[in-house]
Write a protein that binds this ligand. Structure first.
Ligand code: C2E
Ligand code: MG
Ligand code: MG
Length: 709
């Protein structure tokens, strides 16, 4: 009945009273014990288990109110049950801490009611205590959850001012929560996002649409990068919730930090549209920008240009110095090219060593050409990396909208065609598209089929250029150079077709043919006492052939050409590819008396240690250094250094591409004797070469040649 397992203790000095209480309790199934003395009562109470004590304060062994006082702070409720008729008795009892008061005599119902009331009150008060402790616990729990939430939790009043922010704001934005209370939300939102935030918070929504989410950037307290958040806001409505304007109380919600996700997304987006190595836009982004620029150009009747850039000699760098070296060079190339462009222009990497430039608005006719010239100039200066000097170059094709194409595809394709055209013409670094150019693939294929035919059709020809000893004016050697007289396209330079010949392997039979041809011709020339040497260029593919040495010896045997008059020109690139295999072959040929020269010296990238390992007799200084000998102080120093280094190694030096008397003079002052170049003679057909040699009279001819130039 009392709802708990607590017992009742009746403490009374009158045995009859105790007996009738026991009977009453038994009849109502109340758990009741009795104590006839205060001492007995104390002993019983010590054992615990009592909730209500019914006590008569008038005891022979002491004042029952003392017991009441003793129990005042315990968990036991006391009902004083006394025969004291005084009016002060209940007051006294209650003052001493009794929960209720009953006067004797009283009927069983009144007694029971009072006891039951006390029991019920105890139950209610216990429930109450439990509930509030549970409440306190859950409040603490919520507080804990709110404060430790990784998300920012906030409440705004109906004017958008903070009335609550959780602790998360501290580490997220660096504010103390108290600092924000009363402040308007817009103060922590990045300026550019404020209009959006205001719209979101001001819009009144109810029901299912009450919550809305959006992405915003929040400002940190001390400045710095903003924090991206995914924010949701729920409107709070009081009475009249159906009327959105009427009962609006404010907004609450959660803001989740998505900065990292945003960064990751930005990186992914960047990677999808940029080249990882150089950080430049990639093909996809380039096409996108081109598409937009063309739409714009069409509308405003502007012109736009696409430049297609392809690096010269990059493949060689990559093959000989490795991909990671090549990659670093590409980074430098990208940096230099970027500096040639204006802000609105787009420089993209299409892959490998190919770049494109979009000039979205051409202001002047020659703007595209000027940009191309700038790019050429920027890549002319050698690159320096790991103590290596690397000489690259670039060929550029230009297609202008609308003259050279009206669509994205046609402009890129035509710029590519023009680039290929520029590459095959030595003098031209860039070219505008021309409808007569055909495309790159057509060009390559027709070159390949043409070249296969050329050998049998006698379209190939050897021309010869003399090398002069400028001390005595004698012609000491002639260099054999290949020409292709194409039936339709006229004379094609070796720079244009040798790469195709190398890729198709045709270079091997062509080179053998040339060697045989040149040996036969050269045998007939010059004075018997001092016949000129014959210089022949070797390509790496040729040297890599397993029967290279045998092939050469067979030609010498067949033609009767003396090996000591033969000189092979090899490039540093050729050596770098497979130096061990090459060394053995060169040594074997050298053992037969054949000489070797390093051609285009100075443009290679290797250390010079190989010079000691190889049977090299001379260095031919690349013509680019000779051309720059007066214009750049560096080139002058470089040529001087090469000459003195060669002397130190016991090698002779030939200056290539000597065109002016000033160059001749300067080189002579540097003690360079042997020279080759247009100043003395252009490459000549065999008959013309024979005639030149016949009429050549040393110093006089040389001086005449020099003067006439
Ligand atoms: P190279 O061996 O360095 O030949 C010298 C090049 O410079 C020749 O170009 C020659 O015409 C040019 N030249 C000579 N003097 C001057 C001058 O004063 N000024 C200027 N601007 N140029 C001058 P060419 O004949 O067009 O040959 C280009 C390259 O093609 C050669 O460079 C060589 O590497 C390669 N080549 C030519 N014939 C053969 C060949 O039979 N086999 C192989 N593998 N390569 C060849
Ligand atoms: Mg050469
Ligand atoms: Mg050369």
């Amino acid at each position: 009945m009392n709802g708990t397992d607590e017992r009742i203790l009746a403490v009374d000095p009158h045995p009859r009273m105790l007996a009738s209480l026991e009977a009453l309790a038994a009849a109502r199934s109340l758990p009741l014990d009795t104590a006839a003395t205060l001492a007995e009562a104390r002993t019983a109470l010590q054992s615990g288990g009592y909730g209500v004590v019914l006590v008569d304060p008038q005891f022979p062994d002491g004042d029952g109110l003392v017991l009441v006082r003793e129990l005042r702070d315990s968990d036991v409720d006391i009902v004083v049950f006394t025969a004291d008729p005084s009016a002060s008795a209940p007051i006294q009892a209650l003052r001493h801490g009794a929960a209720d008061f009953l006067r004797k005599p009283c009927g069983p119902d009144e007694l029971l009611l009072t006891v039951q009331n006390t029991v019920e009150r105890r139950r209610l008060s216990r429930t109450n205590r439990e509930m509030s402790s549970r409440l306190r616990r859950s409040e603490r729990l919520y507080q804990f959850i709110v404060d430790n939430s990784p998300d920012l939790i906030y409440v705004l009043d109906n004017e958008g001012r903070f009335t609550f922010v959780n602790n998360t704001v501290r580490h997220l934005l660096g504010y103390q929560p108290e600092m924000l209370l009363g402040r308007h939300f817009s103060q922590i939102i990045v300026r550019a996002d404020r209009a959006l935030a205001r719209y979101c918070f001001n819009e009144r929504r109810t029901g299912d649409r009450a919550t809305r989410g959006l992405e915003l950037r929040l400002q940190r307290s001390g400045g710095g990068d903003p924090v991206h958040v995914d924010l949701n806001a729920t409107g709070m409505y009081g009475d009249g919730g159906g009327d959105p304007e009427g009962g609006f109380l404010g907004t609450y919600g959660v803001a989740r930090d998505v900065t990292e996700r945003k960064h990751a997304e930005a990186i992914i987006r960047h990677q999808a549209y940029h080249d990882m190595l150089t950080g430049l836009p990639n093909r996809a982004l380039f096409q996108d920008r081109l598409r937009q620029s063309l739409a714009q150009a069409r509308r405003s009747q502007n012109r736009a240009a696409v430049l297609f850039l392809d690096l010269d000699r990059f493949k060689m760098v990559n093959d000989s110095l490795g991909h990671s070296f090549g990659d670093r060079i590409l980074e430098q190339v990208a940096r230099r090219l970027r500096e040639c462009l204006r802000e609105g222009d787009t420089l993209a990497r299409m892959g490998g060593d190919e770049f494109t430039v979009l000039l979205p608005k051409l202001e002047r006719e020659d703007s595209a050409a000027r940009v191309a010239q700038k790019c050429v100039g920027a890549l002319e200066t050698p690159f320096e990396l790991d103590d290596q000097e690397v000489y690259l170059g670039v060929s550029i094709g230009i297609a202008v909208y609308p003259e050279h194409g009206e669509t994205m595809e046609s402009l890129v394709k035509h710029a590519d065609t023009a680039m290929y055209h520029a590459k095959s013409h030595e003098a031209a670094h860039y070219a505008f598209y021309d409808a007569g150019m055909g495309n790159r693939m057509d060009h390559y294929l027709s070159m390949e089929t043409g070249l296969r035919r050329a050998l049998g059709n006698q379209e190939l020809q050897v021309v010869y250029q003399p090398q002069v000893d400028t001390d005595d004016g004698s012609i000491v050697a002639v260099e054999a150079l290949l020409r292709w007289r194409h039936p339709e396209r006229g004379m094609i330079t070796p720079m244009d077709f040798i790469p195709v010949a190398e890729q198709t392997g045709l270079i091997v039979p062509i080179s053998l043919w040339l060697l045989r041809e040149a040996c036969r011709e050269c045998l007939r020339w010059g004075s018997p006492e001092a016949p000129p040497r014959l210089a022949i260029n070797l390509s790496s593919l040729q040297v890599e052939q397993p029967d290279f040495v045998e092939g050469v010896l067979a030609v010498l045997h067949e033609t009767g050409f003396p090996p000591e008059r033969l000189e092979f020109e090899i490039t540093e690139h050729l050596l770098l590819r497979n130096v061990d295999a090459v060394v053995d072959k060169l040594r074997e040929l050298s053992g037969r008396g054949i000489r070797f020269a390093i051609d285009d010296f100075g443009t290679g990238y290797s250390s010079l240690s190989y010079l000691q390992r190889l049977p090299i007799h001379s260095l031919k200084i690349d013509q680019s250094f000779i051309h720059g000998i007066h214009t750049t102080a560096d080139e002058g120093t470089l040529v001087r250094t090469i000459i003195s280094m060669a002397r130190g190694l016991g090698l002779s030096v030939v200056a290539e591409g000597v065109e002016t008397r000033e160059q001749l003079q300067t080189l002579q002052n540097m003690h360079c004797r042997a020279m080759q170049g247009f100043l003395f003679s252009r490459p000549l057909a065999a008959a013309d070469m024979a005639a030149l040699l016949g009429s050549w009279d040393g110093g006089q001819s040389m001086r005449a040649a020099a003067l006439s130039c």
